[in-house]
Ligand binder design. Structure first.
Ligand code: TI1
Ligand code: ZN
Ligand code: CA
Ligand code: CA
Length: 547
């Protein structure tokens, strides 16, 4: 995107200062010379000067003693005050309209023009009260434009050619934005896309250009209202900006696996953020990048055009997208609003460290490595990994299972089990990001823990001090029980039992036997003691040797 300073000026967004008319005020601070002051209006007139402009942008007060009741006399007034505005009222100003309001005031609306072509943004208004006394003159005119062009102003480009240049500059074609066109009742297609082009004189820094001010509005593949100034002589793009208001937008991007997805993004200050404000939560779902460092949380993940298409953005895209999926799951399935059930912000940081083959919840946020490309790809690229990490946050705020020994292995197992509840269709964990060059494998399996070196029965419990007492090893035992439960009862029954056990019965020091008892108690609450569901839970834990 091009620099926008001149556009800010044209839109009148810079802050002007109001100075009372005194000799001192007229010589400071903007180097206003005596010949350009507004002292002819008397000392009660309030005059606003904008930085960089040679004429005032606002003069307010009793500016005339004579009365002015029509266009011709107002023009005469401007001629009498030519020294202030340095414009020829006949040649340089075009009257657009005259409005009379409910107070009886009249507003003469002009635009500065050069050979009849409007100067972009150069609106100029003369206001009279009901008696015809001039009470205000305001606007932004550029006297330098009048004498800037030698000879006749003539466009070398057609409107269509200018629109073509504008589309090219934003790397889209009109056709690509028409994907959402719907046939209306009369069979005609209502297009979401609007394109306009108007010849203007455009001020950029201290130069003026004959330009097409083009406007491209569309909804797909992202919401936009582009303004692109195309030089009408040589076709160069002079400036462009997307004028959509700050706020929620729909963007798109490609995930770690190269899959296309639409994204809830946020637009502010010419920048799109992976920042989802669409959920019914007090916080937001946001993603940041640690930029290969270990400083958290890092900088916001941003994009210039709301299309997060770069390969390097895949991890950012998926972290936010899957965090949204996990949020939706807990909200829709259990009416749990975020991990704290109070709508807290869900933050992820991606690109953590270098070649980092892991992901974790650090007590405040999720953190994802990019993997080394051999053992793992970027870990946020898998829904079950994201579900695993965010479920640690849920566990922390509910059961609070200590991350050590049996309670730690249960904590890990709860995260894997919800990973399977969310990432339906298999009992594998991490298959989408594990060993990119080998298909069909995974980091863990709930149905067959021993495939990946985990015990699946209490008789093979591993006593170790490493990995917090083997939390990623012994989780195989409760994982197998979860598999047996899910395959017997189905996801929708199993997840209700697990969520109730997690939020009602499990405690920081619960061991495997407590997990069995908690799940049985939850099943009894939901379906009755001795129900098929209750019996299936009992059978699952019998089969892994936990009583
Ligand atoms: S919660 C986190 C602990 C990591 C500790 C290191 C700081 C964890 O369990 N991470 C998961 C990541 C994961 C999840 C990878 C699902 C693949 C699928 C994990 O299992 N990490 C393994 C590699 C481990 O730490 O042994
Ligand atoms: Zn974990
Ligand atoms: Ca999986
Ligand atoms: Ca693999």
């Amino acid at each position: 995107m091009k620099k926008r300073t001149s556009i800010m000026l044209a839109l009148g967004l810079t802050v002007g200062s109001v100075l009372p008319i005194t000799a001192a005020a007229n010589t400071t601070p903007y180097n206003v010379t005596a010949s350009k002051d507004a002292s002819q209006f008397g000392k009660d007139a309030k005059v606003t000067w904008k930085k960089g402009q040679t004429v005032p942008s606002f003069v307010h007060g009793k500016l005339s003693t004579k009365v002015y009741k029509d266009q011709a006399s107002v023009k005469q007034f401007l001629k009498d005050n030519k020294s202030l505005y340095q414009l020829d009222a006949d040649k340089d100003l075009t009257l657009l309209d005259v409005q009379t309001d409910e107070l009886g005031s009249k507003h003469y609306n002009f635009v500065q023009s050069v050979q009849g072509i409007p100067v972009d943004g150069a609106k100029f208004k003369v206001h009279t009260d009901k008696n015809g006394i001039i009470t205000a003159i305001n606007g932004d005119v550029f006297p330098a434009a009048s004498n800037y062009f030698k000879g006749n102003l003539k466009a070398q480009l057609t409107k269509d050619a200018a629109l073509d240049k504008a589309w090219k500059s934003i790397h889209l074609t009109k056709e690509e934005t028409l994907t959402n066109a719907e046939a209306g009742p009369t069979g005609t297609k209502f297009e979401d896309t609007v394109e306009k082009a108007e010849l203007v004189v455009y001020k950029k820094e201290n130069d003026f250009y004959l330009a097409y001010k083009t406007n491209l509005q569309f909804i797909q593949p992202y919401g936009a209202n582009w303004v692109v100034y195309v030089d009408a002589v040589n076709g160069n793009v002079l400036d462009s900006y997307n004028a959509v208001a700050d706020g929620a937008t729909t963007g798109s991007g490609y995930g770690v696996l190269g899959d296309y997805k639409t994204l809830n993004t946020y637009y502010s200050n010419s920048t799109y953020y992976l920042y989802d404000v669409t959920k019914p939560m007090s916080g937001v779902i946001e993603t940041r990048t640690a930029q290969s460092r270990t400083v958290l949380p890092g900088n916001y993940s941003v994009d210039a055009d709301n299309q997060f298409n770069a390969v390097s953005q895949g991890a950012d895209v998926d972290a936010n997208y899957y965090a949204g999926k996990v949020y939706d799951y807990y909200k829709n399935t259990f009416n749990r609003n975020s991990f704290d059930n109070n709508g807290a912000t869900i933050r992820s940081s991606v690109h953590y460290s270098r070649n980092y083959n892991n992901a974790f919840w650090n007590g405040s946020q999720m953190v994802y490595g990019d993997g080394d490309g051999v053992t793992f790809r970027a870990l946020s690229g898998a829904l079950d990994v994201v579900a695993h990490e965010l479920t640690h946050a849920v566990t922390e705020r509910t059961a609070g299972l200590d991350y050590l020994n049996q309670s730690g292995a249960l904590n890990e197992s709860i995260s894997d089990t919800f990973g399977v509840f969310l990432d339906k269709g298999d009992y594998l964990i991490g298959e989408d990001v594990y060993t990119p060059s080998k298909s069909g494998d995974a980091l863990r399996s709930l149905s067959n823990p021993t495939l990946y070196g985990q015990p699946d029965n209490m008789s093979n419990f591993v006593n170790t001090t490493s990995d917090n007492g083997g939390v990623h090893t012994n989780s195989g035992i409760p994982n197998k029980a979860a598999y047996l439960t899910i395959s017997s009862l189905g996801t929708s029954v199993a997840e209700k039992i697990y969520y109730r056990a997690l939020t009602v019965y499990l405690n920081p020091q619960s061991n495997f036997s407590d997990a069995r008892a908690s799940l049985l108690a939850a099943a009894a609450d939901l379906y009755g003691t001795g129900s098929t569901q209750y019996n299936a839970v009992a059978s699952a834990w019998n089969q892994v040797g936990v009583y």
